[in-house]
Design a protein around this ligand. Structure first.
Ligand code: VAH
Length: 317
């Protein structure tokens, strides 16, 4: 059976529903530190698990005969800068507990998300290669870089089947993201519908690698279903879809909502965004497990606006 840790989060919540569709509802246990996403809590078996407490994770693994863990709990880039030691503790302790459960044979495989945040200001920013200089300047990026080192170490030293993807910024409508720098690209759609106005916390030409949630989920399932012999990278795979700036996404939205207006008021997250790449080379993932994205900016924008207009209309009733 599968355990999703951090199932109430932006990616965890959609990963849980996709895995339930793929593997059967009762074969996927959702868990999180609290009940703060009732859609997830009420959608199937849900357990409170503290990802920083080895016993808490182990008890859940044994109770439900878990063989695969998707560890989606983490503190993201912006919040991590406010609470560096909490970000280090959560992001690292949770990873060690899951890797050790695999090393001890309690579970068979692990998915752990890395991020383009592993790259820093000295990394080539255009078409960033799989192997390159990585000097992350955020706590979150540091935890992802060192987490990748540990994943590769546990695979080569102990044969642990851990697999990982460097997610770009992820855009979705079902669950709000929490504490990220790329979250502007989600907020902007909500504000376009509710206020027809958005004050963006990044400057208009800040280009970042992004991806629509459906593509990110598809890639995750593809990676985990690939035969082990096809996985040539056990640190973490670069993954890319589209790159855009706040100005690009504003223009795409304006085609659907003509009177939408934007203003720019960069805050501390501008420095984080400036340290990251503009675009990513993900040819390794496309070669090893035939990854291919399907959502471009237009398709993502019409899906986001259609779904959010439905969501706000139903909540108004
Ligand atoms: C963040 N959404 O902004 C996350 C992600 C690449 C960005 O890691 O922190």
């Amino acid at each position: 059976k599968i355990l999703v840790i951090g199932a109430c989060g932006q990616i965890g919540s959609e990963l849980t529903s996709k895995l339930r569709e793929t593997h059967g509802k009762n074969n996927v246990i959702a868990s999180d530190i609290n009940y703060n996403n009732l859609d997830v809590v009420n959608s199937g078996v849900f357990e409170i698990v503290d990802a920083q407490d080895y016993a808490s994770v182990k008890i859940c693994v044994e109770k439900h005969q878990i063989d695969t863990i998707y560890l989606m709990a983490a503190m993201l880039s912006a919040t991590g800068e406010k609470y560096p030691m909490k970000a280090w503790d959560l992001n690292m302790n949770s990873l060690f507990h899951v890797l050790n459960l695999a090393k001890e044979g309690f579970i068979k495989s692990v998915f752990w998300p890395s991020s383009i945040a592993v790259f820093g200001p000295t990394t080539p920013k255009d078409n960033t290669p799989q192997y390159t200089v990585m000097e992350p300047t955020t706590v979150y990026g540091i935890t992802k870089q060192v987490g990748e080192r540990w994943c590769e170490y546990y695979n080569s030293k102990y044969g642990v089947d851990v697999r990982s993807i460097r997610y770009p910024g992820i855009i979705s409508w079902k669950t709000l993201p929490g504490g990220g720098t790329t979250d502007y690209a989600v907020e902007i759609y909500h504000k376009a519908i509710t206020d027809k106005n958005y004050e963006c916390f990044l400057s208009e030409n800040t280009e970042l690698p992004m991806m629509f949630m459906d593509d990110a989920i598809e890639a995750t399932v593809k990676l985990m279903q690939a035969p082990a012999e096809n996985i040539s990278i056990r640190s973490s795979y670069n993954l890319a879809a589209i790159s855009f700036t706040p100005k690009d996404i504003y223009s795409a939205i304006k085609k659907h909502i003509p009177d939408f207006e934007i203003s720019y008021n960069p805050d501390f997250r501008q420095q984080i965004a400036d340290s990251w790449p503009k675009s990513i080379d993900d040819s390794e993932a496309r070669k090893d497990w035939n990854w291919n994205h399907t959502f471009d900016m237009e398709k993502m924008t019409s899906e986001m606006i259609t779904q959010l207009q439905k969501k706000y209309q139903s909540s108004e009733k």
